[in-house]
Design a protein around this ligand. Structure first.
Ligand code: ADP
Length: 238
């Protein structure tokens, strides 16, 4: 997954705002990247453009060999369903469906069959093997977010986008979900891109990219919570 010289501009003339400025970055297979930055730095716009939910004004977004700009809306919807996984702060599970049905929903929407073996494997990876017939309301917040992780994995996506995935969880449960995200990267070779404002969450990634005013201010490898927090403080003062 790759962004090449991506810019996003809102408005025009005197009202023109650059939300993203000439971003180029590669998210290699099997990598875990956190995206941070002060409020208004462009994190949401970045996520929307990278995930094919919005289109850049300039530049291109590539997923595998596909330039997203060449796809029409229907093709983009299919790409998001079949080749991208999403994890949100608020889990977004359907209360009337079982855990198994929630996990396989992206396959159903894509008109694909859920293979029993693969569903069981995904449930095992997120530690929910004995919860498949439960309803979301019978699960803790951390378990519900693990259902969301399983739902993101079920289509074998090329990249998983996580938007503040631990924002609704207490810190201990949040760390368990983050450790799971790191595990599906290190052990299973998934690719995760996570937007967060939390230095502890970011420290579970392999690298952190800091956005400031729509541009990359720094890339930090092997982040620690202290180094990330110190960098954020400087960016917020800027
Ligand atoms: P973050 O997620 O880091 O808080 P955003 O991506 O939401 O930042 O916003 C980046 C910049 O783009 C901000 O200056 C914001 O005001 C502007 N912006 C975002 N969306 C729109 C929009 N729909 N119309 C106009 N300006 C926008």
């Amino acid at each position: 997954m790759e962004l090449r010289s991506v810019s996003k501009r809102y408005g025009r003339d005197a009202g023109e705002v650059y939300a993203l400025r000439d971003l180029t970055i590669n998210f290699e297979r099997g990598s875990f990247t956190a995206v941070m930055g002060p409020s208004g730095a462009g994190k949401s716009t970045f996520l929307h453009c990278a995930a094919g939910l919005d289109r850049p004004t300039e530049g291109s977004v590539w997923l595998g060999g596909t330039d997203l700009a060449t796809l029409d809306e229907a093709q983009l919807t299919m790409l998001r369903r079949e080749r991208v996984g999403f994890i949100f702060q608020a889990y977004n599970l359907l209360g009337s469906l079982t855990v198994a049905e929630n996990i396989t929903l992206p396959l159903m929407l894509a008109g694909r069959m859920a293979e029993r073996d693969w569903l069981e494997e995904v449930a095992r990876r997120v530690g929910l093997s004995d919860r498949l017939q439960h309803r979301p309301a019978q699960l803790s917040g951390g378990q519900q977010q693990r259902v969301a992780v399983a739902r993101a994995l079920i289509t074998r996506p090329e990249v998983i986008f996580a938007d503040e995935p631990t924002g609704a969880l207490d810190s201990r449960t949040g760390r368990q979900v983050l450790a799971l995200l790191r595990e599906i990267v290190d052990r299973d070779g998934n690719t995760v891109v996570m937007v967060t404002h939390d230095p502890v969450a970011a420290s579970f990634a392999q690298r952190v990219v800091f956005l400031r005013d729509g541009a990359f201010a720094e890339v930090m490898e092997a982040p620690t919570p202290d180094r990330v927090a110190a960098r954020m403080t400087r960016l917020e003062e800027w």
